[in-house]
Design a protein around this ligand. Structure first.
Ligand code: FAD
Length: 321
């Protein structure tokens, strides 16, 4: 009998990713429905503050797998440990945030255990005691509901999809013996871009610049607007390909998927591949000087105008609020 809904706890520099809390909150509801337990799996170096944060989100049990070699994420190390834990405890499901590391881990573990993987899910429900996941297909044009016949089902969860709701519990801590197996990668150094802005996939507001921004120097305009709104700055592939922004800022099919409360597209035409990365934004606002631009078909609000006039005006107005 498989038992437990597991959520992988992605953390870095003593901070747990927001998507973990969002996933735990949704998984708590599902666990209550099927009277199962909600477990967090913390691999790497843990500490009281990480455990404390998890206990705020309704976790029944925390599996701790600690080992110095797991201090930073490596595909081999985390896959070996997670696969062994799953073999030992046989959970019903493993939910992982759809982040860069999360996608890597989910695919590796699913392959290792020859079990089903559903990616980039935006909904979870219980139908006939089965976990059923909603996921966008055809670049967000449609959604499907899917379940897996194999156990455990592994699913990656799109950030910013579920609300993180606090629900204090006193979780049982299970320290597991950690044999990390053969690890072929060694992380020598991690060079981080220092930014005061939120991470693109976790931001509540995203301001994106397309080819209409006309050059790298003009991203400053978008940064000013993003800063007033506490948001992050994204880029279309055309801007990235032109060398105006790094690939880490690209939104779309071959970039990042974002689901902010507000998505402001500036000088973006609204190609299907761009749509794939931002269609689940709660409110889409477009600024484009072409009234026929495709982006207006999907936008909730739009301004037909020159972004070089509109964006500074918006920034000034938002500053007054
Ligand atoms: P354009 O299509 O050139 O649009 C620029 C817009 O700016 C126009 O609508 C124009 O009217 C407007 N504009 C110009 N000047 C101004 C101004 N002064 N004020 C206001 N508006 C102005 N694209 C992505 O974005 N992300 C992806 O991940 C991605 N993956 C892809 C994967 C594949 C396999 C393929 C084939 C394509 C992919 N693309 C992706 C590319 C995609 O098809 C489009 O080419 C790209 O999104 C266009 O970017 P854009 O909207 O910035 O540029």
């Amino acid at each position: 009998m498989t038992k437990g809904i597991w959520v992988f706890v992605e953390h870095r520099e003593n901070l747990i990713k927001k998507v973990v809390f969002e996933t735990l909150s949704e998984a708590r509801k599902i666990a209550d429905q099927i009277e199962d337990e909600l477990c967090a799996v913390l691999i790497g170096k843990s500490n009281d503050s990480l455990v404390e944060s998890l206990s705020e989100y309704g976790v029944d049990k925390i599996y701790l797998a600690e080992n110095d070699v797991l201090k930073t994420y490596t595909t081999d190390g985390f896959t070996n440990v997670m696969s062994d834990l799953i073999r030992k405890y046989e959970p019903r499901a493993l939910l992982i945030g759809c982040t860069i590391n999360g996608r890597d881990l989910a695919a590796q573990v699913a392959q290792r255990l020859a079990t089903g993987l559903l990616t980039d899910c935006t909904g979870i429900e219980v139908i006939d005691s089965q976990l059923v996941f909603t996921r966008p297909i055809y670049a967000g044009k449609a959604t499907v509901k899917a379940s897996c016949k194999t156990n455990p089902v592994i699913a990656t969860i799109r950030p910013n999809t579920f609300a993180a709701v606090q629900n204090k519990k006193d979780p049982k801590i299970v320290k597991t013996v950690t044999d990390c197996g053969n690890i072929r990668q060694v992380v020598i150094d991690a060079v981080r871009q220092v930014s005061q802005r939120p991470e693109l996939t976790e931001a509540n507001v995203v301001v994106t610049g397309g080819r209409g921004i006309k050059g790298p120097e003009n991203f400053k305009l978008l940064e000013e607007l993003a800063d007033v709104l506490g948001g992050a700055v994204g880029a279309s592939r055309a801007s990235v390909d032109a060398g105006w922004a790094p690939h880490s800022m690209q939104v779309g099919q071959t970039g990042k998927t974002v689901s902010p409360t507000l998505y402001i597209a500036c000088g973006v035409s609204g190609a299907i591949q761009h749509f794939a990365g931002m269609s689940s934004s709660k409110c889409i606002f477009a600024i484009n000087n072409d009234p026929e631009a495709n982006i207006f078909k999907i936008a909730d609000y739009g301004i037909v105008g020159d972004l070089f006039e509109v964006v500074p005006l918006l920034t000034e107005e938002f500053k007054k609020l």
